[in-house]
Design a protein around this ligand. Structure first.
Ligand code: NDP
Length: 339
């Protein structure tokens, strides 16, 4: 049972060598009196928050349980049930939920988030548009930022798993949308495939403030925050009266031992801006409604989803590490086995 385990706690940027590929053993049998389900893992999701769980617990102070050394990483994935004693699951069921970075996993059935019933869309979509990132974009945009037709929306990390959806949801809501991303390829994708009105490569903008002024002459109504740090600081004075900043993530800060300071917070007062952090777990109750919303959009081609698919569990560490340098174009997925 091939596994990806954490070799050492991470300080600074994660490296492939912080993880090891090992050959673990697993009994391919569910113990008699257990509620565990034996899963064959098919698709694993690489998500930015995983870096935080690679930190030593006492150094993190976020009140979350971090990874255990020499044990497989955990994360969301799509799996096939091989054996189950829980009557809700049977052999052959496809499920999505928390699993481990290994070929086969024994996990408590309570960890399964849902059984996959709509299989006319790519199965990998359940790690992205139809899974955690999709629900994040849906709840963060519609619930937290209260969009209105005509709003000016700025999205950072716009070509990623969450950002590409926020931009498309904003367009469907009649907003003007600009995205920032870290390469020409991503900018082209945002403008030509994902329907953003404008996009720019923040790595090549010598003056982010000037870029924001160029695209938002009248200011920003909604800033969907994915990166934090200097980007947030530069956006704040560019917000419009009664603007909203749904704070989804701050990936630029996850690898810093000393987080960057944000100096322009007073603009929240001057402009009466509402800035609100959220966690995707807050939106679990919206999931059925979200599926009803997203499935027809996918089927009718009204929303597209870009994935960056890597084959083989042995390539998972590089894929995960690549999130923090922007190597991924779209949702980063690892194929462990094909269904
Ligand atoms: P992505 O697929 O967007 O991958 C991460 C991207 O972040 C990279 O491709 C890179 O794109 C960009 N990035 C990396 N480092 C930096 C940096 N220093 N400065 C600016 N951009 C950087 O990830 P997700 O869409 O899955 O996640 C986006 C954000 O949403 C993250 O902050 C994540 O933590 C957060 N999140 C929060 C959730 C919640 O419940 N609140 C749930 C899910 C995600 P580029 O080439 O453009 O630099």
């Amino acid at each position: 049972n091939k596994q990806v385990v954490l070799k050492n706690f991470v300080v600074g940027f994660p490296k492939e060598s912080d993880m090891d590929i090992v050959e673990g053993t697993i009994t391919l049998k569910v113990p008699e009196d257990s509620s565990d389900v034996l899963l064959k893992n098919l698709y694993l999701s690489c998500d930015p928050y995983m870096r935080l769980l690679m930190t030593k617990e006492e150094d993190l102070s976020l009140g979350v349980v971090t990874y255990t050394l020499h044990s497989p990483l955990t994360g969301n994935g799509v799996s096939e049930v091989v054996e189950s004693r829980d009557p809700d699951y049977e052999k052959g069921d496809l499920v999505y939920g928390m699993t481990k970075w290994e070929e086969y996993s024994l996990i408590p059935s309570s960890q399964i988030l849902f059984k996959i019933v709509h299989t006319d869309v790519p199965l990998s979509y359940y790690t992205g548009i139809l899974g955690m990132p999709g629900l994040t974009a849906y709840g963060g945009f519609f619930d937290v930022s209260s969009p209105k037709k005509g709003d000016n929306v700025f999205v950072s990390a716009a070509a990623g798993a969450v950002g590409q959806l926020v931009g498309q949801f904003a367009k469907l809501s009649g907003c003007y949308v600009v995205g920032s991303a870290g390469s020409k390829e991503k900018v082209d994708l945002l403008k030509n495939k994902l329907g953003f009105d404008e996009a720019f490569n923040y790595k090549e903008e010598p003056d982010l403030n000037a870029a924001l002024k160029r695209y938002f002459r009248e200011g920003i109504d909604i800033y969907f925050e994915n990166v934090g740090g200097k980007t947030l600081d530069t956006v704040l004075p560019n917000m419009r009266l009664h603007g909203r900043i749904p704070v989804c993530g701050m990936i630029s800060q996850y690898n810093l031992t000393q987080p960057e300071g944000v100096t322009n917070l007073a603009h929240l007062i001057f402009k009466r801006v509402k800035m609100e952090g959220f966690n995707v777990n807050d939106f679990c109750h919206l999931f059925p409604k979200f599926l009803e919303f997203a499935l027809p959009l996918i089927r009718e081609g009204k929303v597209v989803y870009v994935e960056d698919i890597v084959e083989g569990l042995e390539n998972a560490p590089a894929a995960l590490v690549g999130l923090y340098t922007g190597a991924n174009v779209g949702k980063q997925v690892v194929v462990v086995a094909h269904e």
